[in-house]
Design a protein around this ligand. Structure first.
Ligand code: PHE
Length: 463
């Protein structure tokens, strides 16, 4: 039962930009520099790159492949390739993960939009110390209306793009927003590098401190590889389902990975050069951007302008990611339940908002409400990023290697990639080894660690 009306990207570039748009987000601009900074700088970068290449790339290729082969959303895709019901539950896990990520992601993205307005109002002009900016940030967090308002603005903006469909909405939006994002980031990075004292930041970010590498660092790098590439929950599968058979999957996947990694590194350089030039502490966790950036920009010529640019950039990056989260859910309802796209968008937006509300209230009205020892926001973040995504990625690799089978996978992978594999014959061999053996094994260890089993085993040996 083919769906004759299923849309496709208008070009290979359309797919690459949309998928890169999903990958590049708050994870790159805020999270990556911060965890790299806390975990040995260049040493972390090195391990992160290994994770991206050894697990990120093979899993990314597998996800695009399943999407393109089946032309379906995650649930429909598994249904088409196997009769075993278990796998459609794996697909459904992706749909649920999308709602969960959407909820806490929209809260942070809402802060970014709120900060565009605050910067434009000149709210930060009198700040000399990050402590002042920190206090200001915390005072905003305490206002439920402020949080809820911008959260809603962000979700409505995301819904707007998905509402208009694949080509007219997502692709067009990404084609305008992604290049703008690159340009803005490059401007801000140059601004950072040319500040006096920027070298300290470069040293911090690029000087490897191997002693800081622990097993925890490796697991952190691996987990972040999933989050930053939007892997393990079906976003990339759904975007792959709109891809044409003429395009090469390994080639496009490589482009997506390179774009995502370059943006993370550029963001790292921008943030650390600026933070160090102004003698600020780089290890401030979730508050880093919102505590430090207003002060940092305030202390330089044209500061208001650069602060506004920065928060626009952050909001845009988050927007192209949340669009992809909504699209997965919408594709599911459109394909499987035969809903109209518009109805699916509205439903997803409403449910997403309902889930996002307690996340945003986690910092004010509901700060006392604890789920598993953390507030609502942190619990959902942990559940999605550290459990559901690696689990989804692990199951996907198992599916390709052992359920669908490498023979069928390779047969489909070769479509559109004939030239690529002629040019780089070893790449196919490597992909098979990694997707069937190495990637699942490594991911298995992350999952064991996350649920605490590795610690128990380690303790047994220590005692
Ligand atoms: N990759 C996005 C980021 O780095 C987050 C994301 C995860 C988006 C999973 C979609 C799916 O910000």
């Amino acid at each position: 039962m083919e769906n004759p009306k299923r849309e496709q990207w208008s070009s290979k570039m359309g797919f690459i930009l949309a998928a890169a748009g999903s990958a590049i987000g708050l994870g790159n601009i805020w999270k990556f520099p911060y965890i790299a900074g806390e975990n040995g700088g260049a040493a972390f970068l090195f391990i992160y790159l290994i994770c991206i290449l050894s697990i990120g790339l093979p899993v990314l290729i597998a996800e695009v492949l399943i999407g393109r082969t089946t032309q379906r959303n995650p649930v429909g895709a598994f249904k088409k390739l196997t009769n075993n019901k278990f796998w459609s539950y794996v697909g459904k896990m992706g749909i649920i993960t999308a709602f969960i990520i959407l909820s806490f992601y929209s809260v942070v993205a809402g802060w970014a939009i709120g900060y565009i307005v605050e910067s434009a109002k000149g709210a930060f002009q009198s700040f000399k110390e990050p402590a002042q900016a920190g206090e200001y940030f915390n005072s905003l967090l305490l206002q439920p209306e402020w949080n809820l308002f911008y959260l809603l603005v962000f979700i409505l903006m995301s819904m707007f793009f998905v509402y208009f469909g694949v080509q007219k909405g997502i692709e067009k939006g990404s084609k305008i927003m992604m290049p703008l994002l690159f340009i803005l980031l490059i401007i801000l990075m140059i601004r950072g590098i040319t500040l006096e004292g920027a070298n300290e930041g470069l040293k911090f970010f690029f000087h490897p401190e191997w002693s800081k590498i622990t097993s925890q660092t490796i697991l952190l790098a691996l987990g972040h590889a999933f989050f930053t590439l939007s892997l393990g929950m079906g976003v990339i599968m759904t975007y792959g389902s709109y891809m044409s058979n003429n395009d090469s999957i390994p080639g496009t996947s490589l482009s997506i990975i390179i774009l995502d990694t370059v943006i993370s590194v550029v963001a790292g350089v921008m943030i650390f050069t600026t933070v160090f030039a102004f003698g600020q502490d780089p290890a401030q966790g979730p508050g880093l951007i919102f505590h430090v950036i207003p002060v940092v920009f305030n202390q330089m010529p044209g500061g208001i302008f650069f602060a506004i640019l920065f928060f626009i950039l952050l909001a845009l990056a988050a927007l192209t990611s949340s669009i992809s989260l909504i699209e997965v859910v919408v594709a599911y309802f459109v394909d499987e339940k035969k809903w109209k796209r518009q109805k699916a968008v509205i439903f997803t937006g409403v449910v997403g908002t309902l889930l996002a509300i307690p996340c945003s209230l986690s910092y004010n009205l509901m700060s006392e409400v604890k789920l598993f020892d953390s507030n609502f926001f942190d619990t959902l973040d942990f559940l999605a990023s550290n459990i559901l995504l690696p689990l989804g990625g692990f199951l996907l690799a198992i599916f390709v290697g052992y359920v669908w089978g490498l023979d069928k996978a390779v047969e489909n992978l070769k479509i559109g990639s004939e030239k690529f594999f002629e040019k780089y014959p070893v790449s196919l061999f490597l992909w098979k080894i990694f997707i069937k053996y190495l990637a699942p094994l490594l991911m298995f260890f992350v999952l064991l660690d996350t649920v605490g089993i590795l610690k128990v085993v380690k303790n047994l040996f220590v005692e």
